[in-house]
Write a protein that binds this ligand. Sequence first.
Ligand SMILES: [Zn+2]
Length: 308
Amino acid sequence: MNPGAQQPAPANARPDIVNAFTVDVEDYFQVAAFAHRIDPAQWDALPCRVERNVEHILALLAGAGAKATFFTLGWIAQRHPQVVRAIVNQGHELASHGYAHQRASGQSEAELRDDLVRARKLLEDIAGEPVIGYRAPSFSIGRDNLWAHRVLAETGHRYSSSIYPVRHDHYGMPEAPRFAHRTPDGLTEIPASTVRVGQVNLPSSGGGYFRLLPYPVSRWSVSRINRRDGEPAVFYCHPWEVDPGQPRVPGVGAKARFRHYVNLSRTAGRIERLLRDFRWDRMDRVFARQIGLADDGPAEARVHDHVA
Ligand SMILES: [Zn+2]
């Protein structure tokens, strides 16, 4: 192993800022890019990889002494309750990724409500603790369905991390605020992280970009959000991204294939570096004040928060 890789956090990090590490818990056959090839009715017949891959990510987090938020599909929780228990038992936050990975933007209000209620109940029954966070599959809350925030608030959620303030072919709301904000419905939206360059928001939260671009680009992005914006970054990854041995899905177009499979063998190592280079914690702790969870903390802390 290269001893240089063991160096502590880079000098440009802001050690006073704790960032949010998040995982979207779904299996490789549930990703939106493959939805046209694999019907949900086939999911049960496909070889599952999610349990071992979540274990791998849990081990990376444990190695770094970091906690994270796991946005988990109800479908996964139902079939693999031991995955949910492992997440909770190790002190991580359990949150919802909906039931069956339907884009929120493709659902009616009634469909979204049913999906949210079903997923949250499954997760809470297994975990034995409240679930307050939600991430829409494929960051599918945007200007055309901001009403989803009201439905989330009405179904017991306190925060959402479902808007990506970028221009992208499948999602995005470039004009949305870049950082945590309260919606008119009393929910807190915590967008995926972007880096502002000129008049443009560049995606810098993880996923395909984290795998495609060299690691120093990701490190620079988190540093820049911490130093220039003075805000925590929100990083996300998927269990299948640390699994180069996953079965290949046939009949997928070149673009989707490249986005899904590029650099899978490098992701775990990069996550290790990212965990070492910055401080990380669960969404509900990093954004406790913005979500409104910190109100009953010690009075001294409250005063400090208000002047900060
Ligand atoms: Zn997802």
